[in-house]
Ligand binder design. Structure first.
Ligand code: AMP
Ligand code: ZN
Length: 460
């Protein structure tokens, strides 16, 4: 099947042609592990999980690399302010290493809850310091760097089409768009590849280097790790659109400077999850976490379903009502398939339609619509189930487990059901009704069928 992806580099939807047949090198810019991510961040990881699962469904072997930024990302995306991890460490009375450990684990736990496949390799920035220093040495030897008081900077004017991906043609125009400008920098768009440790304070994370004690600039790790694991040029590079104006041009420039090659052939960017009209953002204080979802009885998988209903290149507005509606739709889907038996054959025509939707720049809302069409079709229940399970290998809603989940009852609930059966045998309708209400209050729905009581959870 021909796959088309919107490439931010060429600004058109292009046919995807991997460098090597049946193999895809995929790099996803990962989290900065200094705090609980918000669900907007997970929109990015969910999007790239769908991309990866889709490529797997088309029989590509996917080598997926994700960095974990545990050093060097400063409070502003430019090179000013405190290191996010060192700042969090001070606030919590811990050191930056402990902060990183904790939030890496938390991130991995959240990926599981969202049923996001782990990358082939998670790579911590602090595990590649040696390689990052070697990379900087190459940039220095090739004359791309200059030194100012707080670090070693990359001279972006030495790359002829710097910023092409973000349409930054005239760097002078960018003055207003960048945060505080360091007057020592030669060009507004120049960025640090190695920052010096402050003379008056000891950082938790710092390393000796040929240029003095310090730490790598934030963008460096991605150029280095992608080269280490995927080679000079790989297939697909992904991230949120906030990476389009700064982080990705910088990665691309460093990699090009070091290798004279394009870092990646296809650059994909997801739009934002929005909150009250703006970007959901930690620094603006407008954010919701996975924990907040659970507090409101919204399961992470319902959030996944919610994300699937909008194309990844469209802004998605957050609201609790919309999330509840998505959860109800997902519960209804599970309730519909709950009585379908295994053993059917997946319907090839529906699957073809489903994959074609995703092959069109990951049109997930259309793919979900195809799944809904299957439910309404004339296929047998067994065929429907087999087809939907196959689709779920890409959608990742974990329907097999959800089906089990809504049928699993606690000992107390089972006991109430037995009592209710007894009451019905005794024709004690008042007690039977009271027990139904009691079960409802526990979130269990009871239906009386010819074959007896049928009970299932109303929520996931
Ligand atoms: P960070 O940890 O800040 O580097 O962000 C992790 C990922 O989340 C990056 O790919 C960002 O582009 C993405 N991201 C940040 N905010 C949002 C948002 N509101 N909606 C969608 N993606 C986002
Ligand atoms: Zn990156």
């Amino acid at each position: 099947m021909q796959i088309y992806l919107n490439n931010s580099l060429t600004k058109v939807k292009e046919e995807f042609k991997p460098i090597e047949n049946n193999q895809v090198g995929l790099y996803t810019c990962g989290p900065t592990v200094y705090g609980y991510p918000h669900i907007g961040n997970f929109r990015a990881y969910l999007t790239w999980d769908i991309l990866k699962r889709f490529l797997l469904s088309q029989n590509f072997a996917v080598n997926h690399i994700m960095n974990l930024t545990d050093v060097g990302h400063l409070v502003s995306d430019a090179d000013n302010g405190e290191d996010k991890l060192e700042k969090a460490a001070k606030r919590e009375g811990k050191n930056a290493w402990e902060i990183a450990e904790f939030f890496i684990q938390d991130f991995k736990d959240s990926l599981k809850e969202l049923n996001i496949l782990e990358p082939t390799h998670f790579v911590r920035a602090t595990d590649t310091i040696k390689e990052q220093i070697e990379f900087v040495k190459i940039l220095e030897a090739k004359g791309f760097l200059y030194k100012i008081s707080d670090g070693l900077y990359f001279d972006t004017s030495k790359i002829s089409d710097y910023g092409k991906i973000a349409n930054i043609q005239n760097i002078d125009l960018q003055a207003g768009a960048r945060v505080e400008i360091n007057p020592e920098k030669k060009n507004i768009t120049d960025f640090a590849v190695w920052k010096f440790s402050p003379l008056d304070a000891q950082r938790d994370m710092e390393w000796d280097s040929p240029w003095g004690k310090g730490f790598p600039g934030w963008h460096l790790e991605c150029s280095v790790m992608s080269q280490m694991y995927l080679g000079d040029t790989f297939d697909i590079h992904t991230g949120g659109i906030d990476h389009l104006p700064i982080h990705h041009p910088n990665e691309m420039a460093q990699s090009f400077a070091a290798t004279s090659k394009l870092q990646a052939n296809y650059w994909l960017h997801n739009e934002f999850l929005k909150f009250a009209g703006g970007k959901m953002s930690k620094s603006a204080g407008t954010f919701v976490t996975i924990e907040n979802l659970k507090e409101k009885n919204i399961s992470p998988l319902s959030y996944r379903y919610f994300v699937l209903l909008t194309h990844y290149r469209k802004g998605l507005n957050f609201s609790w009502e919309a999330l509840e509606a998505a959860q109800n739709a997902l519960v209804n889907l599970v309730k519909t398939i709950v009585n379908f038996d295994d053993g059917g054959k997946a319907d090839a025509v529906s699957l073809e339609k489903f994959y074609s939707s995703l092959a069109d720049d990951l049109n997930t809302p259309q793919a979900v619509a195809v799944l809904q069409e299957v439910l309404a079709s004339n296929l047998s229940d067994q065929e429907k189930l087999a087809t939907i399970y196959k689709m779920d290998e890409v959608l990742g809603l974990d329907l097999k487990n959800l089906k089990k989940q809504i049928l699993s009852l606690s000992a107390e609930e089972k006991d109430l059901l037995t009592q209710r059966e007894q009451a019905r045998n005794n024709k004690d309708w008042a007690l039977s009704d009271a027990l139904r209400v009691r079960l409802q209050s526990l979130g269990v729905e009871v239906e009386d069928t010819a074959g007896g009581q049928k009970a299932m959870r109303m929520k996931i």
